[in-house]
Design a protein around this ligand. Structure first.
Ligand code: NAD
Length: 360
């Protein structure tokens, strides 16, 4: 089986961490009988330097022809890099917004997983972190408040700004279906998060999610108000499996959930459309402060590649083997600098990639 994968190494540590994810995917392919066929494209600052724009139409066409996209990270030091003297539409981040739009990526998945070996990095009380947690936040990415009509006017000498939050039932249904499908591959529980005590859009959200739930009797559905969810994430994160929510609530809750793991170099993410296609990338940025030093943590990118195997290619066993290899390496005490603690063995980015590949 050939996997047609477009890679976007990007900027900063991007090329270093993507190289390690490719190494681990190649090893998983040897073991589980698939062949990853990688084609690299330029995006972000790397594309600006060569083509003068953060993403060319040719690069978009290559990504669209692929089965999935694996990305490192884009962007530079926002205070010193010349890329940030360009108009906003020509800066590195514009490439990312463009590719998300072109690929119609409406569902964003961010796992927040606390590894017991890294529990010391978790800022929660020990009795809470001891239980561990493994949460998948599924955020709607193309609707809601960030995409509604907005205006700023002056009325009778008073400045007034308006943003609108709109969802139609189709937008809610397609993300809800994704949420339930993903719950089937996990612990079969969906917590749908809204503000149905106040917002009409949330009341429609709740109704449509309940309609979708009828088709998934194996999955338990619960509803939670967003303010309560923000609290529960620090009080009892172990209660969650899949959190399904709209764009702005998901933006805030996914950052909160990632912070409670305490390890940014470990967090994967995926953005999906309504086919099997997805763009997979670590949750962190391009870390220009450590770029080119071979000290970055490649695990978030390797775990993003595992998500790609699971969600775009249904290669669940190979994905599980990559995740298990990461756990094993941590249990053996290997760490990159960002997650280093007393008594552990510090390794470089490329050594970490090789160790994980060897454990598959
Ligand atoms: P960042 O995530 O790049 O870095 C924050 C801190 O975490 C830094 O100290 C960095 O060294 C460390 N860090 C991040 N990833 C690491 C890893 N894998 N291993 C070890 N340490 C790691 O965030 P920032 O500094 O705010 O942003 C830097 C650039 O990245 C900016 O240009 C920003 O716009 C861009 N960015 C891109 C994306 C993306 O491509 N999706 C996401 C976020 C930020």
């Amino acid at each position: 089986m050939n996997l047609n994968i477009t890679c976007i190494p990007g900027d900063g540590i991007g090329p270093e961490i993507v190289a390690e994810a490719k190494k681990v995917l190649n090893r998983a392919g040897e073991k589980y009988g698939f062949y990853p066929d990688f084609t690299d494209i330029l995006m972000g600052g790397a594309s600006i330097d060569v083509h003068g724009v953060p993403l060319t139409e040719e690069a978009v066409a290559v990504a669209k022809a692929a089965d999935a996209v694996l990305m490192g990270s884009i962007g530079g030091d926002t205070t010193t890099s010349p890329w940030y003297k360009l108009p906003p539409q020509n800066r590195p981040e514009a490439g990312l917004l463009k590719i998300r739009k072109e690929l119609n990526l409406f569902a964003n998945l961010r796992p927040a997983l606390l590894y017991k070996e890294l529990a010391a990095a978790c800022p929660l009380k020990e009795e809470i972190s001891a239980a561990g947690f493994d949460i998948m936040i599924m955020r709607e990415l193309t609707g809601g408040l960030y995409f509604g009509e907005r205006s700023t006017v002056v009325e009778g000498g008073i400045r007034k700004a308006t943003d609108t939050l709109t969802y139609d039932e189709n937008e809610i249904r397609r993300i809800a279906i994704k949420g339930f499908e993903i719950a089937l591959k996990r612990k079969r529980k969906v917590t749908s998060v809204d503000k149905a005590n106040v917002l009409d859009s949330s009341r429609l959200w709740r109704k449509v999610v309940e309609e979708v739930a009828e088709h998934y009797p194996e999955v338990t559905l619960e509803h939670m108000l967003v303010d309560n969810c923000a609290m529960q994430l620090v009080k009892n994160p172990a209660q969650f499996d899949v959190i399904l929510t709209e764009n702005m609530f998901g933006d805030i809750l996914s950052d909160e959930a990632s912070m409670v793991t305490g390890s940014i170099g470990m967090l994967a993410s995926a953005s999906l459309n309504d086919t099997k296609f997805g763009l997979y990338e670590p949750s962190h940025g391009s870390a220009p402060d450590i770029a080119g030093k071979n000290i970055a943590n490649p695990i978030a990118t390797i775990l993003s590649a595992a998500m790609m195997l699971r969600f775009s290619f249904d290669l669940d066993e190979a994905a599980g083997a990559m995740e298990a290899a990461v756990k094993q390496i941590l249990a053996e005490g290997y760490r990159t600098g960002d997650i280093m603690s007393d008594g552990c063995k510090q390794v470089s980015c490329s050594e970490m990639g090789s160790l994980i590949a060897e454990r598959i």
